[in-house]
Design a protein around this ligand. Sequence first.
Ligand code: B12
Ligand code: SF4
Ligand code: SF4
Length: 379
Amino acid sequence: MISGVPELARGLGFARSAVVPVEPPRRHELYAAWLAEGRAGEMAYLASPEHVAGRADLRSLLATARSLVVVALALDRTDPVVPPDRLLRGRIARYARGDDYHLVMRDRLVALADAIARHAGVPVASRPCVDSAPVLEREWAERGGLGFVAKNTMLIAPGLGSHVMLGELLVDAELAVSAPAAPPRPRCGGCRACLDACPTGAFADAYVLDARRCISYLTIEHAGPIPRELRPLIGTWVFGCDVCQDVCPFNAGGGEPADPALAPRSLEHALPDLVALAARNTNQLRRYVKRTALRRIPRASLLRNVAVALGNTGSPDALPAVRGLLADRDPLVRGHAVWALARLGGNVAGLTDDDPFVAEEITAAAARTSSPPRTPPAP
Ligand code: B12
Ligand code: SF4
Ligand code: SF4
């Protein structure tokens, strides 16, 4: 029996950790029901046989697994100070403002596996998991006592709030269990601030998110055109969304220190100048997203999001940047720029495009601008 693993994890910078016995998950049927209701949208990988089976049995990921280590890395809960300029700023979700957490987490979990082997004095087989691995991460973190699953579906670690990223290490050695006998109970009580604040009404119910309406899904996972009726509700989010966390009382105040590797790289990686972002050429964009979570979406999706955010600023200062995006090489970007132009009151009459999607956006925008707008632009 190997003890002292939480101490090794703390030494490597994990804000929370616990050792959990390898056992069947308790909420697999909720996951299956969520998929069956179509709430995963286009994230087809989540419903693949390997993913569904993998989530039901940790040993399908490492046949010899005897222990599971669950860990959390803390994100910065504060917002950077914005200089008193008049720039039109978009918003990037906190988790994506620093180095890509997938890389940081994986490196740290590999270091933890090495530390366990050194500490035990024997080789150990292990498998690090983060995000895309078929693991019900929130359930296992809760089982480990790291926190409770809240109405906004986030794992909230008291003292750190929900701004934590989760990871797991499966190990083929017998580690001393540190998880509590029963997982922590939900502590939301009568609060429903997150459910009411969600800009797109993405919660089907408490604890149930319909990804198809979530801004995080629409700006990151969804590849094609964003449904027109949802675009005004996205506001100025360019990548992800933090609204249902920002309103949560468990995230109030500074909290415990954040992991330096996940700290925002710069103001432009937290609250980017939308006009400058729209003007970056391919190489400049590549440099901007390098080693951040933003690198996980194609250039066209990022500029699509920038176009929508510019349209939602409601500012005439956004018009030149939107007109620049009308000339983009990718129809996805041009189509959303047409929408943004019309939303800002720009003239769409006379626009033409050979691409069927862009042509349809022009027709829809022309019809919209000839009738009064139903949703006022965001302030
Ligand atoms: C697919 C996915 C998404 C989808 C769907 C999210 C969702 N809520 O289902 C989209 C793209 C929308 C998304 C968005 C975000 N995501 Co995401 N996502 C995932 C992923 C890959 C799978 C999640 C999943 O299986 N969903 C299906 C549902 C059914 O499962 P679940 O979310 O675990 O839900 C649990 C509860 O709902 C619970 N439950 C159901 N009913 C009930 C009833 C009661 C009473 C209770 C207590 C619980 C309960 O059962 C489920 C299993 O435990 C995980 C990584 C992973 N492998 O787990 C990351 C993950 C959940 N995402 C994460 C993050 C950070 C985000 C964002 C904050 C990013 C952002 N800022 O834009 C948002 C948050 C939106 C939100 N409120 O959830 C983190 C969450 C960390 C945390 N503290 O919880 C994870 C764990 C990644 C990581 N490695 O850290 N994500
Ligand atoms: S991340 Fe944003 S859009 Fe998604 S559920 Fe939370 S508040 Fe709603
Ligand atoms: S805002 Fe309220 S209901 Fe939502 S997760 Fe936080 S405490 Fe729970």
